[in-house]
Design a protein around this ligand. Sequence first.
Ligand code: ADP
Ligand code: MG
Length: 301
Amino acid sequence: MRVAILSRNPNLYSTRRLKEAGEARGHQVDIIDTLHCYMDITRSRPAVRYHGEELPKYDAVIPRIGASITFYGTAVVRQFEMMGAFCVNESVAISRSRDKLRSLQLLSRKDVGLPRTGFANRPDNIKDLIKNVGGAPLVIKLLEGTQGIGVVLAETNKAAESIIEAFMGLKANILVQEFIKEAGGADIRCFVVGDKVVAAMKRQGAEGEFRSNLHRGGSAKLIRLTKEERATAVKAAKVMGLNVCGVDILQSANGPVVMEVNSSPGLEGIESATNKDVADLIFQFIEAKAKPFNTRTRGKG
Ligand code: ADP
Ligand code: MG
């Protein structure tokens, strides 16, 4: 098969591993810089141009769209869908997953376990907002944050009020969430391919840190999931419409709760923590599914 990886950087671990794994299985794999693609969208026969030439027809496309280029990146993915390429994650699903509020609303609608969560921009009654999600201790999150930055723990209602006021002053969208203390500063990254969790790791925050992000000094190790955790991750991926994703789960006293779903999960952490060839598993999935126009929306979404 001819496969394109949409990635801004051919030297990233995930990009390199995917290319390697695809070639080892006998496929021709091209790395295409998403932002360098351009196209005439009014043509009756959709195509993508790159470095002055029309790109060939790909059987499959692996989108690795960074959060900072979601808007343009999903338009490029949509174009490949219109050309009939099998896109491992569809443009609509990627856009959906990048909007945290929309994601949580969809997951909640389908009864996926979530931490009790409120969202606000300029609440006219902060005390009520706090009371509405069960009161302190609470986690307050900036919607635009990543890698644990902008995630704050408020131990008392007073502290929660001050933090919410401060974020309001910055005109930021925020999430106010029940603090899952029993998670003990750890979370679980479930790597989903198709309708299976193919690898899972537990990330533990550094001493005294409630955030488990590896960028904040957390460490990762292999974990065996319970049936319920596995089912929760698979269901979250399905609700989001993502074939390949990372589902982050907290172990709460009431069972697993989903924190977020990532449509371009990194391979480095999960492959080294679990010793699994996740890149190869992604190609096995592609081989089973890649038929022309075998996507739900075919660029229509
Ligand atoms: P980011 O997108 O910046 O990674 P997250 O929502 O994933 O933000 O939060 C960062 C980390 O903080 C999580 O990995 C988890 O360890 C911890 N955390 C986030 N929300 C909660 C919560 N409601 N209860 C307990 N810990 C949490
Ligand atoms: Mg996170």
